[in-house]
Write a protein that binds this ligand. Structure first.
Ligand code: FUL
Ligand code: CA
Length: 499
């Protein structure tokens, strides 16, 4: 096919829901970190009751630079800090409470963990995000209107005083027993109405228009339905957002499902994990998972840090399925990322570099069965130019198309990476990768969904030609990147850490 057309050829029509500009920039982050740090770090708990004295918060050698450098060197593109976890203790000197670092012995109550971490993130040029727990087991007014005002004041404080945020994280765990200013009782809230989410979210939209908001129910990024770091295969970026609200229970979910879908979905977490190909909202998944069994640091878990191999498996099962990987690195009682975690992260990063350091596809000639309008703008070479904004596409009626990479010398690969051009939606239902075996095509894999990123590990294969075959798609494809890699160490995909 010659590609010499100079007259403008129309861009393909978007298919289904498409990402917002803030979601599009978030998609480029892929792998970033969580920091769980509060009084729990010193009391050896996971959920503080809310009666902890601020004096227990006493890191002996807190070093934001070490924490952020470790994350950046691991390949993380951002960090989200638990500014306030369920116990209510604030890592910044909030104007609205005494229950914070200002009453802790750490640096004589004169410093601010949120300031230190956010500054270090800027220095290392990675994003900074906040976790502010809606549930507060310390606050006397929790469960009443006065607490909502307090929560909003704090949200305003954090979204105006610490520079640009890339993500704001709202936890679904809400209500239960707690200290509540000395009441020591059980307080339940109506998860659907208590936080008046619509207006509460407005604070973030107003102060941080580029930040995505995460919760079980979005509005920008959804929970993946488990805390094991594993997205569904496939994991669609689309879902029906109005079926969910933060903290939704199984029963409410069932009553919201249309009759024709009740049998297909057992629980909200199943749907969050897989997404829904026919869902009406672009709401991609984030896989939150800890590098240790707990979210907070416990010395007893120093020998239970995930191995580099396990981290690599998680990467393929999250980022490699179009979700993001939010990996928790809990600072220890010194206020540092523990040596064992640092070591594991370094080795993991080395493995990533070994695999993805060299894209074999860049040495290939790329040709297609069809090129949209025979136009250079949609040329097959766009899939190997390293630019996510250029893509290959076909004419509207040439859906069952394919792309071929042809190499001057045989290459050996066992990892494939694909990306769709997201502004046009998630288009391809099913695709296959074939390789040329002495002149005939053999199937290497056949999978559903491409989306933001698709990584496939498989059998090692040496060949001069590799083909991407669009097996099923409602509209013409728009593929922005295609990579072939060789992982010299991988044999078979490993067994997940705790699956
Ligand atoms: C959960 C919380 O209850 C855990 O403590 C942790 O913060 C995790 C990320 O989210 O819902
Ligand atoms: Ca491209």
């Amino acid at each position: 096919m010659t590609e010499t057309t100079n007259f403008p050829v129309a861009t393909p029509q978007p298919y289904g829901p498409v990402p917002s500009p803030r979601q599009l920039s978030w998609h480029r982050r892929e792998f970033y970190g969580f920091l769980h740090f509060t009084t729990n770090t010193f009391t050896d708990k996971e959920w503080g009751y809310g009666d902890e004295s601020p004096t227990v918060f006493a890191p002996t050698a807190f070093d934001a630079d070490q924490i952020v450098r470790t994350a950046e060197e691991a390949g993380m593109t951002g960090l989200i800090l638990t500014c306030k976890h369920h116990d209510g203790f604030c890592l910044w000197p909030s104007k609205f409470t005494e229950h914070s670092v200002k009453n802790s012995p750490w640096r004589n109550g004169k410093d601010d963990v949120v300031r230190e971490i956010s500054n270090a993130c800027r220095e290392y040029q990675i994003g900074f995000g906040i976790y502010l727990s809606p549930w507060d087991r310390n606050h006397a007014e929790y469960g009443r209107p006065a607490y909502l005002e307090y929560f909003r004041n704090q949200l305003h404080e954090l979204t105006t005083e610490y520079g640009e945020l890339f993500e704001v994280w709202f936890d679904g765990a809400n209500g239960g027993d707690g200290y509540y200013g000395g009441a020591n009782e059980l307080r339940r809230i109506d998860r659907k109405t208590y936080y008046d989410w619509e207006n509460t979210r407005e604070i973030v939209r107003r102060n941080q228009p580029n930040a995505v908001m995460f919760s079980d129910a979005g509005p920008d990024v959804r929970w993946v339905g488990n805390e094991r770091g594993i997205a569904g295969d496939p994991c669609w970026s689309t879902i029906d957002a109005d079926l969910f609200f933060p903290g939704i229970d199984g029963e409410s979910f069932k009553t919201r499902l249309n009759a024709d879908k009740v049998d297909a979905w057992n629980s909200p977490t199943d749907m969050l994990n897989a997404g829904d190909r026919h869902g009406g909202t672009w709401l991609p998944a984030e896989c939150d998972v800890s590098i240790r069994p707990g979210w907070f640091y416990h010395a007893t878990e120093d020998d239970k840090v995930r191995t580099p191999k396990n981290l690599l498996d998680l990467y393929f099962q999250s980022v490699g399925r179009g979700a993001s990987l939010l990996l928790n690195l809990p600072p220890d009682q010194r206020g540092l990322t523990h040596e064992n975690d640092v070591q594991s992260l370094r080795d993991f990063r080395r493995r990533l570099d070994q695999i993805f350091g060299r894209n074999l596809a860049q040495d290939a000639q790329c040709t297609a069965s069809d090129t949209r309008g025979s136009s250079r703008r949609f040329t097959p070479a766009n899939v190997i130019d390293g630019d996510p904004d250029t893509y290959w596409s076909t004419d509207d009626d040439a859906v069952a198309s394919n792309l071929v990479l042809e190499f001057p010398e045989p290459v050996t690969f066992n990892v494939v990476s694909l990306r769709e051009f997201l502004p046009l939606g998630q288009r391809v239902d099913r695709f296959a990768i074939d390789y040329d075996d002495s002149g005939s095509w053999c199937e290497w894999c056949c999978k559903s969904a491409i989306g933001p990123r698709r990584l496939i590990r498989g059998q090692e294969c040496t060949t001069r030609r590799v083909r991407l075959r669009i097996v099923e798609s409602p509209v013409c494809p728009a593929i922005s990147e295609w990579g072939l890699f060789h992982d010299a160490k991988t044999t078979e995909p490993g067994v997940p850490y705790d699956a």
